[in-house]
Design a protein. Structure first.
Length: 168
């Protein structure tokens, strides 16, 4: 069995896709939108000053549109997957490029290669991040998905909504 298809991982990926789709819908409706999301197997959190009604409407539309085939909604440019891909590639390529100068070179002799390698890594990550989202960290398959409830809470200045989901 494919690791990405294990129930706990698959459900987290599906919720991650629904989280992104919900944020896309919110972005169409709320200006300016300042929200951060985090997914897990039984739902996802949205952190930001939004009403429960705004979130409920957006998640309902997101689920409906995803079920209708709008799989592109599962990929979001602000996803942490993009940042991780850019950071890992930039760091790795910069490290390897800095070694090309020679093992005994001083740090300031390595710096131009490292900087150039970092830029190449970030450039290469531009298509890689969205590809990783679409194929690894999210799933656009919403068959059998439904929202059980949305719970609002506040800790200090941070307003949080938890969107609890289940798959039948």
């Amino acid at each position: 069995m494919n690791l990405l298809e294990f129930p706990l991982i698959l459900q987290t990926r599906r919720n991650h896709g629904l989280e992104h789709a919900t944020i896309h819908i919110l972005n169409e409706r709320v200006h300016p939108l300042r929200v951060v999301g985090r997914s897990q197997a039984n739902g996802f959190y949205l952190y930001g000053s939004l009403t429960t009604e705004d979130i409920a409407g957006a998640v309902d539309e997101a689920l409906r549109r995803m079920k209708a085939g709008e799989s592109r909604l599962a990929v979001h440019p602000g996803c942490g997957t993009n940042m991780v891909a850019a950071g890992l590639l930039a760091g790795s390529v910069a490290f390897v490029a800095s070694l090309l100068v020679g093992r005994r070179a001083r740090w300031f002799d390595r710096l131009p290669n490292a900087a150039f390698g970092g830029v190449l890594g970030v450039a290469a990550a531009q298509p890689l991040g969205p590809w990783l989202q679409a194929n690894v960290t999210t799933s656009a398959d919403m068959r059998g998905m439904r929202v059980r409830k949305i719970v609002r809470s506040q800790t200090g200045p941070v307003l949080t909504h938890f969107v609890e989901t289940e798959a039948r």
